[in-house]
Design a binder for this molecule. Structure first.
Ligand code: FAD
Ligand code: NAI
Length: 496
C-alpha cells in the first residue's frame, strides 16, 4: 500500500513538473512589443473598475483610436466564482487574480492605469475626480480628468439593509480581502475553541459558523466550509472538530431562489445529509458581537450565538453611483442602479456607458452578464474608432480636392456600415454552483429547454467550466495546482 502511495504521488508530482515546464516554455514569450504613445488628437476613454465588466471590455477593446485611462481601487481582476474556495484554503487567493496591467500592456496604444477610487463623475462637464486611497500617499492624491467617453463598471457593494451591527461584526464575501479575513477568523475561532479551560458553552459558540443569505454566495460558502470540516478539521483538530456546526439563515421559504425547483430540493437534501442546518423563513434583525437576533415565520424572536458570521444578502449601489444618479433625478429614477438603453448608454449622460452590477436592467447581477456587456461595448467602441478613422480620411480627401467620386462614395458606404449598431443581446449560458462534498448543481439551457443536474458529474462540469473561463494560462495552472495540492497534502490550517 505504501509503495503504491509513493508511486501515485510520484506520478502526480511528475505531472505537475511536466505542466510547469510546458507553461514556462509557452508563456515566457508573451512579452508584448512597443506600444503607440497616447495621442492628443484621439478621444479620451476613461474606464472605471477592473472587475468582470471593465476587464472584458478592456480585453476586447482595440485601443488604437483612443487614449484609454483605467481607474480602479484594485489593480487586478478577480475571478469571483471561485472566491468561496479561498475562505477555507482550497484555493490560494493569488491564483484567482490577474493584474490589470497584464491586460493593458498587450494593447496597441499605451493605456494609463491608476490604482485609485473614483469619487465623483460630473456628467455635464464630462469629468471624473479620483483619489489615491491607499496607505502610502505621495504629493498628489486627488486628480480630475476630462473624458469624451466613460465606461462605468464599478460594480456594487454589500447589502446590509441598514441592520445594526452587520458592518462591525460580520464578514462579507465579495473581495479577496474578505475571503482572507474569513479564513483568518475561522482559524482563530477554532484555535480559541481548542484553548485549554474553555467552557462547553463557549466552545459551542466559537465553533458555530453562521451564514446569512441563502443565495449562491451563502450556499457555496456553506459547501466549502463543510468540505473543510470533513477533509481537514477532523484530522487536525480531532478533539473539537465534531463541535463545528454550520447554520444558513434565509428569509425566503427556500435557498437559491434563482435555480430550478429540483435543484433547490437537491441542495436542501444535500445540506441535510451534510448536517448543515438551513433556517428558512427566518430573518436576521440585529447583529451583536457574539450572537444574532432572528425572527422566524411565527414572528418569534431568538438569539443565535456564533463564532464566525458571514453576511451574504446581495448587492446595493455604491455611494459614487448614488451620487451620479442624484445628479440626473428626472431621468435616472431607479435606486438599484444606472438605467441604460439597449446600447448600454446611460440615459441622460452624454458619452457615458454602464455595464455590470452597477446597472438596473432586466438581467441578474452576474459575471456572465457583465462580461458579455463588456464585450459588446468593446465591439461598439471598435465601430466608434473605425467611424472616426473614416471621417478623418473623408475630410482629408475632400480637402485635397483630387479624390474621385467613387473613392469618396466607397468611404461614405464604409462609414454608414460601421455606424449601424445592433442592440445588446444577452445569451444565458446556464447557472452553476458548488454545494460541497464534491457535488455541484447546474441549470443549463439545452435542447430548447432547461436541463437541471446535480451531483458529482455536475461538479466536474463546474470545475472544467470555471477553469476554462479563468483569465489566463497562469490562473488555470495555479488553480489546478491548488486543487492537486489539497488532494495531496490537505488544506493549510496555519493562521497568518
Ligand atoms: P465587479 O466585478 O465587482 O467590479 C467592480 C470593479 O469596480 C472592481 O474592480 C472595483 O474595485 C471597482 N470599483 C469599485 N469602486 C470604484 C470606484 N469608486 N472607482 C473606480 N472603480 C471602482 N457571477 C456569475 O455569473 N457566476 C458565478 O459563479 C458567480 N460567483 C460569484 C461568487 C461570489 C463570491 C461573488 C461575490 C459574486 C459572484 N458572481 C458570480 C457575481 C459576479 O461576481 C458579479 O456579477 C460581477 O463581479 C459583476 O461585475 P462588475 O464588473 O459589474 O463588478
Ligand atoms: P442574493 O441576492 O442572490 O441572495 C441573498 C439572499 O439573502 C436572498 O435569498 C435573501 O432572501 C436573503 N436575505 C436578505 N436579507 C436577509 C436577512 N436579513 N436575513 C436572512 N436572509 C436574508 O445574493 P448573493 O448570493 O450574494 O448573490 C449576488 C449575485 O451574485 C446574484 O445575482 C447571484 O446570482 C450572483 N452569484 C452567482 C453565483 C453563481 O452563479 N454560482 C455565486 C455567487 C453569486
Amino acid at each position: 500500500r505504501r509503495a503504491w502511495t509513493i508511486v501515485s504521488r510520484g506520478t502526480i508530482l511528475a505531472a505537475i513538473a511536466g505542466t510547469c515546464a510546458f507553461v514556462y516554455v509557452t508563456q515566457s514569450e508573451t512579452h508584448p512589443g512597443e506600444q503607440l504613445p497616447q495621442d492628443p488628437e484621439k478621444k479620451t476613454l476613461v474606464v472605471l473598475g477592473s472587475g468582470w465588466g471593465a476587464t472584458s471590455f478592456l480585453k476586447n477593446l482595440d485601443t488604437e483610436e483612443f487614449n484609454v485611462i483605467v481607474i480602479s481601487p484594485r489593480n487586478y481582476f478577480l475571478f469571483t466564482p471561485l472566491l468561496p474556495s479561498v475562505t477555507v484554503g482550497t484555493l490560494e487567493a493569488r491564483s484567482l487574480i490577474q493584474p490589470t496591467r497584464f491586460i493593458t500592456r498587450h494593447k496597441k496604444r499605451n493605456v494609463l492605469v491608476y490604482e485609485a477610487q473614483a469619487q465623483e463623475v460630473d456628467p455635464v462637464n464630462k469629468t471624473v475626480t479620483f483619489t489615491d486611497n491607499s496607505e502610502i500617499q505621495g504629493s498628489s492624491s486627488t486628480v480630475t480628468v476630462a473624458y469624451d467617453y466613460l465606461v462605468y463598471a464599478v460594480g456594487c457593494e454589500n447589502q446590509t439593509f441598514g441592520i445594526k451591527g452587520v458592518t462591525e461584526h460580520a464578514c462579507f464575501l465579495k473581495e479577496l480581502s474578505d475571503a482572507d479575513k474569513i479564513r483568518q477568523r475561522l482559524m482563530d475561532c477554532i484555535e480559541t475553541a481548542a484553548f485549554p479551560g474553555q467552557s462547553e458553552e463557549e466552545i459551542d459558540r466559537l465553533m458555530h459558523m453562521v451564514i446569512v443569505g441563502g443565495g449562491p454566495t451563502g450556499v457555496e460558502y456553506a459547501g466549502e466550509l463543510h468540505d473543510f470540516l470533513i477533509d481537514d478539521l477532523r484530522k487536525w483538530y480531532p478533539e473539537i472538530a465534531d463541535k463545528l456546526r454550520i447554520t444558513l439563515i434565509e428569509a425566503l421559504p427556500n435557498v437559491l431562489p434563482a435555480f430550478s425547483k429540483e435543484l433547490i430540493r437537491y441542495t436542501e437534501s444535500t445540506f441535510k445529509e451534510n448536517e448543515i442546518e438551513v433556517l428558512t423563513r427566518t430573518i436576521v434583525k440585529d447583529v451583536g458581537s457574539k450572537s444574532v437576533l432572528v425572527q422566524d415565520a411565527n414572528k418569534e424572536e431568538r438569539e443565535i450565538p456564533y463564532g464566525l458570521l458571514v453576511w451574504a444578502t446581495g448587492n446595493t449601489s455604491r455611494p459614487i453611483t448614488r451620487n451620479l444618479l442624484a445628479k440626473l433625478p428626472n431621468i435616472q429614477t431607479q435606486r438599484r442602479g444606472i438605467v441604460v438603453d439597449d446600447y448600454l448608454s446611460m440615459l441622460g449622460a452624454d458619452g457615458v456607458f454602464a455595464v455590470g452590477d452597477c446597472t438596473a436592467t432586466q438581467y441578474a447581477p452576474t459575471a456572465q452578464v457583465a462580461s458579455q456587456q463588456g464585450q459588446y461595448l468593446a465591439q461598439m467602441f471598435g465601430r466608434i474608432g473605425l467611424k472616426a478613422k473614416y471621417e478623418r480620411k473623408l475630410a482629408k480627401l475632400r480637402a485635397s480636392g483630387d479624390a474621385s467620386p467613387e473613392k469618396l462614395e466607397n468611404i461614405v458606404k464604409k462609414l454608414n456600415r460601421v455606424s449601424k449598431v445592433t442592440p445588446f443581446h444577452y445569451s444565458h449560458q446556464g447557472s452553476l454552483a458548488y454545494i460541497g462534498s464534491e457535488k455541484a448543481i447546474a441549470d443549463l439551457p439545452l435542447f430548447n429547454g432547461n436541463v437541471a443536474s446535480g451531483g458529482g458529474a455536475a461538479m466536474l462540469f463546474w470545475r472544467s467550466a470555471y477553469v476554462s473561463t479563468l483569465y489566463s494560462v497562469r490562473n488555470r495552472t495555479l488553480v489546478m495546482a491548488d486543487w492537486m495540492k489539497v488532494k495531496l497534502f490537505g488544506r493549510d490550517v496555519s493562521r497568518e
